[in-house]
Design a protein around this ligand. Structure first.
Ligand SMILES: [Zn+2]
Length: 343
């Protein structure tokens, strides 16, 4: 990769050469800083524009947010989406259940149709484990730990699909709670006892400033033959190159790192993890969310996207087509990485 990894990225300003090693691949040659004007910053009025600075790695294309001291405060205030979700109605729960059954087991025509319009990438990410494509086939009794679980919505949906051993951990939970086969623990991954057949972290790893320590802690929770799934937004992706400062998954200042695929693999290799597979899983939101951000909305805080062109059937279908194509080409703006401990 050349030093011009960001040269054609829109809505960013080149801030020249920058010191320091890439957090992902440790490269320190040729890295540059870019400035991004972001709106929709948590806890800040939407009309306020704030400038953020990133180091873009000349080697792997990963991006590290370079925060000023004091900027870390109050990033997860009211309205952060993981904690927002209202309890679904019984009808919604049935619809979600049909979709999830299709995504986990490949069964049901209605579920297939729902999945097309309203995909659930969390579920799809474990399909290949259930099918035995990585390691032993995942059983319903498998010990599953979801890190950064929010209010545990995904685990509750897995419980509805007859999974029986589900643990979630999140430092922002109000308190510990157990409901049926779902155990939610307020804390960090280091606070959890035991080891697991599957450890997942869905769109939370990019929030963690020290990714190397965090990835090591995640690896330490794997039992023999255990699989770790890390789902993250991706730097050096179509989303970044197309929308730059308005890419919805930039989400400053919450996303501390936007790893590229090569950067994520390099980091994993360093902590003793083997990359078994990468599944790109962008949805139409890559386009609709970024277009909404460009229009001054805040889709990543759960604000409904008002009637933009992307919300028409034509616009949605186009957005979905772009996402599907980037998934196939490996330039999508998010992916699931499948890791096992090196032997
Ligand atoms: Zn790098």
């Amino acid at each position: 990769m050349t030093a011009n990894v960001f040269a054609a990225v829109p809505y960013v300003i080149d801030d020249g050469p920058v010191e320091g090693r890439c957090h992902a691949c440790r490269n320190e040659q040729g890295n540059r800083a870019v400035l991004v004007d972001a709106t929709g910053v948590a806890g800040v009025d939407n009309s306020v524009i704030k400038t953020f600075r990133y180091r873009v790695c000349a080697e792997c294309g990963s991006m590290d947010l370079l925060l000023d001291p004091g900027d870390e405060a109050a990033l997860y205030g009211d309205g952060y989406y993981s904690f927002e979700g209202k309890t679904p109605s019984s009808v919604e729960r049935r619809i979600i259940g049909l979709r999830n059954r299709f995504e986990l087991a490949g069964r049901g025509i209605l579920g297939r149709a729902i999945s097309l319009v309203w995909p659930g990438p969390h579920h799809r990410s474990i399909r290949r484990l259930i099918d035995g494509k990585i390691g032993r086939p995942l059983q319903k009794s498998a010990r599953i730990l979801d890190v950064g679980c929010g209010a545990g919505k995904w685990l509750k949906e897995l419980s509805d699909q007859s999974f029986t051993n589900l643990t979630g951990v999140d430092p922002f939970l109000p308190a510990n709670a157990t409901s049926g086969s779902v155990r939610l623990i307020k804390g960090d991954v280091q606070d959890i006892d035991g080891r697991f057949d599957l450890v997942t972290i869905h769109h939370a790893f990019e929030h963690i400033p020290d990714g190397e320590t965090a990835l090591t802690a995640l690896k330490d929770k794997l039992d023999d033959n255990g699989v770790l799934i890390v789902r993250i937004p991706l730097g050096a992706s179509y989303g970044w190159r197309k929308y730059g400062g308005y890419w919805v998954q930039l989400d400053a200042p919450r996303h501390a790192h936007l790893y590229s695929p090569a950067g994520m693999k390099a980091l994993a290799d360093r902590v003793g993890l083997e990359t078994r597979d990468v599944a790109f899983d962008s949805t139409s939101f890559m386009v609709t969310g970024s277009e909404a951000t460009l229009a001054g909305m805040r889709p990543h805080t759960g604000q409904p996207i008002a009637s933009l062109g992307t919300q028409s059937v034509f616009g949605w279908s186009r957005s979905r087509r772009i996402a599907t194509l980037t998934n196939r080409l490996g330039s999508a703006d998010q992916a699931a990485f499948y890791f096992t401990a090196k032997t």
